[in-house]
Design a protein around this ligand. Structure first.
Ligand SMILES: [Zn+2]
Length: 427
């Protein structure tokens, strides 16, 4: 492949800037908030778009209103890329806090505003335009590509979305490019994996008594607070990381450290999360009445761990800390642990995507790891043996926020990368 051809393709994408922006705005206008996450109208819109450009597409549905669609662009070079996009969004929350209508798709100050603009209708719009441009190129120049737009990512897609599609054998490809990957404006980044972790429910038991005579009871909430203080210390525990991932995490630290929009405190947090587990107390309940000493209390800790680190000593350390608290009558339930996953940083698909980003944008991307979860996990869960990489238009730090937006700069970068990848990819 001569770079000049790729340059021409990149120019074609640039000429489509207006289209990507308008498509993103239009997609935001479909209120696909989940629950209930109805994608019917949005999928029909994409179907019509594909039809207009002569791209063959097929709708997959396991339940009324829960539609998924795949557009196919066959190529003659060996290999197939699976683009994995989701159409549902999280609810908008308190509408009064939004500057613009969350489903208005307002275009202003170089951005498209609205619920889902960042997560991930921006990536969806970029994928649609990439499919269109790719379908107009000589098929000898690229491999095959399937553009999937699915439902239920935000609520767990095992029943009707990507999980269901993965489980029922619909996903067949040599590499998956997932759109739930976030970057700082103009700073392309590739996710080469996803964090794993464990959830811990712990319950403490005590004895009820009248609130005026606490010494006659045994306060389960007091006990829970003490246990949690010990468990939280797991954050100080250094992760044992495999050698090949060490440079990736060091690069992540640098990537976040260079962002002017982050406070010093936030930067310090981003420094820690690649070297230590994160421990977040996300649910707590206990007590029945204001004047009753509680006899039980419960908490949920969300613990996340970098892929490529040894899980067993972390689990042991957690149990050791709980024991050290010396609180009696504690019940500990650990769900997971799961290791997440990563694609080796020196593997062929990773190298090819790096090269794609360089050719498409002139910038060398940072390799990082998704801290949360996304639909790629089902491809791993069902053992499909497809390397999963992330690249998307969304701006880092904006997903699920009020006044969510996607910058036009990122939309165009994403459309370029999505279009060029099938030209660079070689099986
Ligand atoms: Zn998402």
């Amino acid at each position: 492949m001569r770079p000049t051809f790729i340059d021409e393709v990149v120019k074609r994408v640039e000429a489509c800037e207006d289209e990507v922006v308008k498509l993103c705005s239009r997609l935001v206008q479909f209120p696909t908030f989940n629950p209930p996450g109805i994608t019917t109208d949005c999928v029909k819109f994409i179907e019509e778009y594909f039809e207009r450009w002569g791209i063959r597409s097929k709708i997959y549905q396991n339940k009324e209103g829960k539609l998924n669609i795949c557009g196919e662009v066959p190529g003659e070079k060996p290999g197939k890329i699976l683009y994995l996009m989701h159409l549902d969004v999280v609810p908008e929350g308190d509408r009064r806090l939004w500057t613009y209508d969350p489903y208005g798709g307002v275009i202003a100050d170089g951005k498209v505003y609205g619920r889902g603009a960042c997560d991930m209708k921006g990536s969806c719009a970029a994928a649609m335009v990439a499919a269109k441009i790719l379908s107009q190129l000589d098929p000898e120049k690229h491999c095959s590509a399937e553009f999937w737009f699915t439902c239920d990512e935000e609520v767990g897609s095992d029943e009707h979305g990507a999980g269901w599609l993965a489980r029922t054998g619909r996903f067949k490809a040599d590499v998956c490019l997932e759109g739930d990957c976030f970057m700082f404006p103009g700073r392309p980044a590739i996710d080469i994996g996803m964090k794993g972790g464990m959830g811990t429910v712990r319950k403490t038991f005590g004895k009820a008594a009248h609130g005026s005579q606490p010494h006659m009871g045994d306060n389960a909430i007091d006990k829970l607070i003490r246990v949690l203080a010990y468990a939280k210390r797991l954050e100080e525990y250094p992760l044992e990381i495999v050698d090949e991932m060490k440079p990736v995490y060091e690069a992540c630290i640098k990537y976040y450290d260079e962002q002017e929009t982050l406070t010093e405190e936030q930067k310090a947090g981003f420094k820690r999360i690649w070297r230590h587990p994160t421990v977040s107390l996300n649910l707590i309940k206990g007590g029945v009445k204001t004047n009753v000493v509680p006899d039980s209390a419960e908490a949920y800790l969300d613990i996340r761990i970098c892929p490529g680190s040894n899980l067993q000593p972390i689990k042991e350390q957690l149990l050791k800390l709980i024991a050290e608290s010396q609180v009696k009558d504690v019940e500990v339930k650990i769900s997971g642990p799961t290791g997440g996953y990563y694609e080796p940083p020196n593997s062929k698909p990773v190298k090819q995507l790096i090269k794609t980003v360089e050719l498409a944008t002139g910038i060398t991307p940072t390799l990082k790891v998704e801290t949360g979860g996304n639909d790629a996990i089902y491809i791993k869960k069902y053992g499909l043996n497809i390397p999963c990489l992330g690249f998307g238009a969304g701006d880092e730090g904006l997903l699920h926020l009020t006044n969510e937006y996607v910058s036009i700069e990122n939309l165009v970068i994403c459309a370029k990368v999505y279009t060029v990848f099938p030209l660079v990819y070689a099986k």
